[in-house]
Design a protein around this ligand. Sequence first.
Ligand code: TYM
Length: 345
Amino acid sequence: MTGAAPASQHQPRIFSGIQPSGGLTLGNYLGALKRFVEKQDEGIETIYCLVDMHAITVWQDPLRLRHATREMAAGFIAAGINPERSILFNQSQVSAHAELAWIFNCVARMGWMNRMTQFKDKAGKDKEAASLGLYAYPALMAADILVYHATHVPVGEDQRQHLELTRDIATKFNHDYETDFFPITEPVIEGAAARVMSLRDGTKKMSKSDPSDQSRINMTDSADTIAQKIRKAKTDAEPLPELLDGLKDRAEARNLVNIYAALDNRSPQEVLTEFAGQGFGAFKPKLADLAVASLSPISKRMQELMQDVAEIDRILGRGAERADEIATPIMERCFDIVGMVRARR
Ligand code: TYM
């Protein structure tokens, strides 16, 4: 028994994913995509995946899913992901994800899965009617990461519990099979926008599945829509404070300050220093201008890229080939560790 391998024993490699279960939101952009671009430029190998198999854990219209997958790929490229530098692909094209997920279904314990808060949220009151896939979702997520021996995973705050489960699965696999095969992955949850909240309710996260479109900014929203949503965002009547402490009990105000900071690559304190004493009548138009200036070029580029769907499919296909080249030898070693016979064919 050699024990679990810390991530540092493995070559640094970043993996992350987004579900194409709808369009990209400002939450996805600030909490994930913008940071994926920064990581790509730090010189570590980066693998980014559109997790379409995760998306179908709840019903997806097939035509919409295919469109959303391509549009999300366009969104990644428009935001600055360079498909030559990063590996960009959709999950279902690399079968190793499903293969390792099955092995992890046999490693993860029912008790662990029962504690997953996102399953409880997504399944709602009628758990009996939820798909088995929705329940097993976090084991597939662990497989996404570990099939590449990824060491670091940039995500928003809402994925923390799933990444802890990923570490538990790797640790149990390594323990049970007396190996140090899988790295113990580090979550990378950082920045002012690790949890972007709904524009209508500062206690709920901004989400593509929220029934109210006013609650979120979509990357495909027009400049007018973005400005209108920010104008109507819920706030309070107080001016902005000088110090962060003054935002403690003001969830909506804090959210808008955090969004401003993340869009402008500044800290929330720096934003307060500039706007202290001003009310939302002054702050909101500035935030709207900043959001439009940041997002409009991306959504324009996205639309241009969507004119050539064949090129997007080619990029995803090439990304899948490169991903497969990394995953296949890892899966072969994994099958061997588990005791599965694989004859050369
Ligand atoms: P998903 O598709 O819900 O979200 C994709 C990424 O966006 C982040 N995010 C947010 N960040 C800040 N504020 C918000 N309001 C907000 N909403 C979403 C999420 O934290 C995430 O980083 N299970 C994952 C997808 C996944 C994955 C993986 C991620 C599948 N396999 C492997 C990392 C590694 C999910 O549903 O993300």
